[in-house]
Design a protein around this ligand. Structure first.
Ligand SMILES: CC(C)(COP(=O)(O)OP(=O)(O)OC[C@H]1O[C@@H](n2cnc3c(N)ncnc32)[C@H](O)[C@@H]1OP(=O)(O)O)[C@@H](O)C(=O)NCCC(=O)NCCS
Length: 217
């Protein structure tokens, strides 16, 4: 408990965060880290750092059906141009992308009209366990709301324990694939998009000085 308070103090006052072991509750820490992270639209100049997040075949297979030993700029270009939006998260004082995801209706057929899928979701190995995945999710969720969607879907390879833990921690509602005729080789999660997304944005805006580049709409 004392350690947790010390970490929050360091985050709030000193402005940087210590690495933390996974035993701490992520939700609370994710709230702290909002001071230190920003989100913005993906730019082609982000390609090297995003590709650096996916340097193994196993990681690539966790986030897409693409074959290869690692993520390449060509694959990344296709993902981002097929998507409704692609975003990155980065540290306040460092523009280098540390996480990436897309919002897409192209990756799977048969999504309901008001739904969009969160895809290609990845955090740099160097930045895992610091609440960045949660921050990336909340950023994508707020953007999906602004784009007019009312439901966010995510699919996870059943053996991907970190992603399943993240989805559960983010209160995703697991749905049966056959409920919407979705591919049954994945576990599917759904989040309803409500004005709660705006509450998160407001919180983020009050925590962080938002630059023009942070705005999506
Ligand atoms: C899954 C992933 C995005 C999580 O990113 P992250 O920045 O570490 O996530 P957070 O720090 O916000 O953690 C969120 C929750 O997930 C849990 N979690 C994260 N990594 C975990 C791991 N390796 N094992 C178990 N739980 C894990 C955290 O403990 C936390 O749970 P809590 O809220 O109950 O404390 C990251 O591990 C990753 O990029 N993995 C490879 C690509 C991938 O699998 N993408 C998902 C495709 S569906």
């Amino acid at each position: 408990m004392e350690t947790a308070i010390a970490r929050r103090f360091m985050s709030a006052v000193v402005g940087f965060r210590l690495p933390y072991p996974p035993v701490f509750t992520c939700r609370r820490l994710a709230a702290c880290t909002m001071r230190n992270y920003r989100y913005r639209r993906f730019d082609p100049s982000d390609a090297p750092s995003v590709c650096g997040c996916v340097r193994s075949r196993e990681r690539l297979q966790r986030i897409s059906g693409d074959c290869g030993d690692s993520l390449t700029p060509d694959i990344l270009h296709r993902w981002s141009s097929d998507a409704r939006a692609a975003i990155v998260v980065h540290l306040v004082h460092d523009q280098t992308a540390a996480g990436f995801c897309t919002l897409s209706r192209q990756e799977v057929a048969g999504l309901p009209d008001a739904a969009i899928e969160i895809c290609h979701f990845v955090v740099s190995p160097a930045w895992q366990f610091r609440g960045l995945g949660s921050f990336l999710f909340y950023s994508a969720r707020a953007l999906a709301w602004h784009l007019g969607y009312r439901s966010l879907l995510g699919r996870i390879v059943p053996s991907n324990l970190p992603a399943l833990t993240l989805a559960t921690s983010l209160s995703g509602q697991e749905i049966a694939a056959n409920e919407m005729s979705l591919p049954s080789s994945f576990r599917w999660f759904r989040w309803s998009l409500t004005s709660d997304c705006l509450r998160w944005e407001f919180y983020h805006a009050t925590c962080a000085e938002r630059s023009q580049g942070d705005r999506f709409v």
